[in-house]
Design a protein around this ligand. Sequence first.
Ligand code: PEP
Ligand code: MN
Length: 341
Amino acid sequence: MVIIMKPGTREQDIHALVEKLERQEKVQVGITHGVGCSILGLVGDTVHLDIHKLEMEPNVERVMRVQEPYKKANRKFHPEDSVITAAGVPVGGGNFTVVAGPCSVESEEQIIEVARDVKQSGAAMLRGGAFKPRTSPYSFQGMGLDGLDLLLEARQDTGLPIVTEIMSPKYCEIFEEKVDLVQVGARNMQNFDLLKEVGKMSKPILLKRGLSNTYEEWIMSAEYIMAAGNENVILCERGIRTFETQTRNTLDVSAIPAIKRMSHLPVVVDPSHSGGYYWLVEPLAMAAIAAGADGLIVEVHNDPAHAKCDGQQSLTPEKFRHLMDKSAALVELMGKKLVNS
Ligand code: PEP
Ligand code: MN
């Protein structure tokens, strides 16, 4: 971190600030006297320092970070790709992992049928929402704990590990016991109380990008989970809000290589919520693979026209099979290994 002092600051005031920083903040400070102003270079653990507070010091002109505000998620301190494992299924580090299933669990028949289909086509994990974050309070809110139990049945039937969204810290204990990969949805990406609580879990976390969040904000949310003790975080790009209204969201393809430069955590892509239409899923998935994604999370429904949630963007099992067949060659071309269930 660099602090630029106001021109004409007295020598004794500079030394008073240096002494305060070294004593209170436990950082080492080097002083460079320039023409007209002096610059302080801070080294040590500066992530906890508040730039705005420092800028309120009477003799400080400007403060700049030279290092990112995240540590545990930072590739600088962990150059190798992280491989996160959910119930034995790896994500990241040369693996390509596909998660598939309906937006919501709707019935025993539905989830079992879809689970069997996606497994047969090569999905490595089963998704399905039991607690649904809906814009309208009048829309289907998910089956709740009953939905969770149906996911367990589907896991028992197929052997596929299950991925489902947590919306409240009050369910951490039950998710800890039952769920293999715990999803934090886009709308909760900055629910810091929830992030701190899932940070205490031993299960891996799939952290979706918020609707309008920057890369740094997203990584800082991963940092919350990691700082609380859970370093098993997978990032999921699921499209962001832009001025375009013809698609539900806009897949930020740049996020894949950009996040990989910033962080060692795996990045998977959700082409279903990104585009919002079933016919966009395959092209967006192919773009994601070509950009270096570590996997996909895809909505698949056995009867999309009658789905209780997100039918318009759900693939039929046949279309999902086509996607898996088509993507296999590209996954190989990208030097990755498709993870089988
Ligand atoms: C979902 O995965 O069904 C979901 C609600 O996703 P998102 O949080 O990305 O909107
Ligand atoms: Mn959905």
